[in-house]
Design a protein around this ligand. Structure first.
Ligand code: 9PG
Length: 510
């Protein structure tokens, strides 16, 4: 394997093409910056002395990590990694092409590409400087504009979850009328199944009717879809088994478990799948939806046997291109998405796991060793480590809670999330106005309306409109645990049920 000499401090950045190379450092780094594969995957500085421990529950590994490396005993990073030699002395190795990965093995950094030779950037300097240079190099490849302004979004997920229905949305639309949202976005729960993208019985007037009502209120209508996964109850799974991505044994590739149950990945290189994809996206845009939240996108890039053999992230990119072609004017928000292959095609991307109306789901996150799982602390931590993406694409840190009703977050925790959203410049909430007190509603209005000036003070501290915010207390990861997996899983689901599902069910049936 080719060994590359470590640049000396202050030497200019290097660009070269390689398929695999090694950097050998005199000693292991003080800290290692690991970048997660997709939106939800943990990103941040870690202590390289701690072992690389897998997520303890199999069912979450696929949804949260790049499964090819999920059981690796080496710290693995997707596309880019950075090593801290000493304070303010950082070496960054950044892949500029799809399929780039990095392994840390003690004092050795091995960089390689799954997709053959690709371009790399190697740079040494301060943290800010090396990440800026990487962002600039990506900007040249994928083009980025400074003229972007993220939309302000009301999203149905973090209050109603799958318990949405037409009347409830009509009411919320009415209650929101004097709040300055640009988009009203329906999340998961409107469709017949993942795969059958038509209105279910809870939307008897159809999806076009709702889009028309949203547009009549002066906003863009937004819709959630997970176009690359199908559930067991979908027509595709019954009638088009040949559309599925297959594993080495010829079985459908499991794409993780979500709120609809077990999901399977589509083979997006199959011409019939691409044709169906195009039709599906055209249909929803014809209904009047011009903001599409595309979720569970990683499924298209999972390892597997494809109709047309090509690197998995290239297959993903090609499918995303078909979506872009079918909805050229729409705002595309990627979620659960491999980060680099979205650049230049999507307008925005989620850069962390889901927020929750509590700080940490300890059983799921701490006990199962899964910092990728929904929890407000996990969301803030990973997002803070991905702010370098901002010049390239709108960065969505997920929604901000203003409500104290049905919410176990403290005021300080809610403020951290709000401040993160201001730093990202992507502002959204899921709070139904009738869950807010008069004061909370005014806070929401101010959040949506205010002009924001932020400054990075270093070490997780920021200045926002003259006010200093310190996120240092958010960053530490909980210690490893050996609570039995079955117990942690059940207690984790119990926490989700009590804090997330119960209020939504109550709202749905009352
Ligand atoms: C809709 C949601 C929302 C959300 C997305 C995505 O089963 N799970 O562990 C699980 C975790 C996260 C998740 C879904 C399922 O979230 O990030 O904004 O759109 O899907 O289902």
């Amino acid at each position: 394997m080719q060994t590359i000499t470590i640049p000396t401090p202050n030497s200019p950045a290097q660009r070269f093409s390689a398929e695999r190379f090694l950097l050998e450092f005199p000693e292991p780094p003080q800290r290692f910056y690991r970048h997660g594969w997709q939106s939800w995957t943990f990103s941040g500085w870690i202590d390289p002395q701690t072992p690389a421990l897998p997520v303890r529950a199999v069912q979450f590994r696929v949804k949260d990590e790049d499964p090819r490396y999920a059981l690796s005993d080496k710290h693995t990073s997707a596309w880019v990694a950075a090593l801290q030699i000493s304070v303010d002395d950082i070496v960054l190795v950044g892949g500029l092409d799809f399929g780039a990965r990095l392994h840390l093995e003690g004092n050795r950094l091995v960089a390689f590409s799954e997709a053959g030779a690709g371009d790399w950037l190697l740079v040494r300097g301060t943290e800010r400087d090396v990440f800026n240079q990487y962002t600039q190099a990506l900007c040249q490849k994928f083009s980025c504009s400074s003229q972007r302004k993220s939309p302000r979004v009301w999203c149905s997920w973090y209050s109603l979850y799958r318990f949405i229905k037409e009347e409830l949305l009509h009411r919320i639309l009415e209650d929101l009328r004097d709040l300055p949202f640009d988009v009203i976005q329906l999340d998961d729960g409107w469709q017949i199944s993942s795969g059958d993208w038509e209105a279910n019985y809870k939307f008897p007037s159809g999806m076009a009717d709702l889009a028309a009502r949203i547009q009549a209120s002066g906003r863009r209508a937004g819709l959630w879809l997970s176009p690359f996964i199908v559930t067991a109850d979908s027509t595709i799974l019954k009638d088009h088994k040949d559309w599925l991505l297959l594993d080495d044994q010829g079985k459908p590739v499991f794409a993780g478990r979500n709120w609809s149950g077990m999901t399977y990945a589509l083979d997006v290189t199959h011409p019939a799948v691409l044709e169906w994809l195009e039709k599906t996206i055209r249909r929803v845009t014809e209904w009047g939806y011009s903001y599409l939240k595309l979720d569970f996108l990683y499924a298209a890039a999972l390892p597997g046997k494809r109709h047309q053999e090509m690197p998995r992230e290239a297959a993903f990119r090609q499918a995303l291109q078909v979506i872009r072609g079918a909805a050229p004017e729409a705002y595309l928000l990627a979620c659960g998405a491999p980060i680099l292959p979205c650049l230049g095609l999507c307008d925005g991307i989620r850069i962390g796991p889901d927020v929750t109306p509590y700080w940490l789901n300890k059983p799921f996150s701490a006990w199962l060793n899964n910092p990728n799982h929904p929890s407000t602390q996990n969301a803030i931590r990973t997002c803070l480590h991905r702010l370098w993406l901002k010049p390239l694409i709108d960065i969505d840190p997920d929604v901000v809670y203003f409500r104290s009703k049905y919410n176990a977050l403290s005021a300080e925790q809610r403020h951290w999330m709000r401040d993160l959203a201001l730093i990202c410049g992507f502002r959204s909430t899921s709070d139904p106005p009738h869950w807010l007190s008069a004061h909370e509603r005014e806070e929401l209005r101010l959040f949506l309306e205010q002009e924001v000036l932020t400054e990075d003070l270093g070490n997780y501290r920021y200045r926002i409109n003259g006010r200093e915010v310190d996120f240092r207390a958010v960053i530490p990861l909980p210690p490893a645990s050996n609570v039995p997996v079955w117990l942690a899983t059940n207690l984790g689901f119990l926490q989700t049920g009590l804090y997330e599902v119960l209020p939504a069910v109550w709202e749905f049936y009352r």
